[in-house]
Design a protein around this ligand. Sequence first.
Ligand SMILES: [Cu+2]
Length: 217
Amino acid sequence: MNDDFRQRVFLPVIMPVGAVIGFFGFAFMLSRILLAVEEMASTTIALGLAAYILAIAAIVSAKPRITSRALFVGVTLGIVAIVAAGTIAASIGMRELHAEDGGEAAASSGDQSSAPAPTEAADAAAPDSDQLEFTAIDISFDSAPETASAGRKQVTLVNDGQAQHNVTFPELDDAPVVEADPGETGTGQIDLDPGTYKFICSVPGHEGTMNGELTVE
Ligand SMILES: [Cu+2]
């Protein structure tokens, strides 16, 4: 490389572009690694990488006369290791994603061919069930039964939200039938006569978006 080329092209253009590509490539590969491996392993890798960077900085500051060639080799080895691990991690991660896509595609095509029968069976079975299952998120019922048969019911509330939720039938009782803390599942019981009942979550501020009707036949 002659000096003219170095001054006009290499330093002003190639170095910044190379640095930007290197930086984003490094960040992308590192994110692939940390996402692909287990939680514990990714913490270990991140700590190891931080220790490696600190070690290089410590060596450089302890030996100011270290050759730039030695520093270059050390940094390059580290980056090559990260990029190689990232490439492997990315290919593993993509295989997993593709496997899931294939599974969903197969499942949905299976649903299409056999859809009518299970749907009818589910509709017919639901009102006779002794189970009523509600799922709460912040702040709505993600799923709730619309119909039920009369009689004693086991009521389950799956709380997938970050706030406490409950299921209350205010026309029957002001006290909740079932309550559930965040991430928990609560169970309760209720005796239902035929009719249409409003249900809500009675946690203050929730009723506006957490309400529905249950028809008991
Ligand atoms: Cu609620």
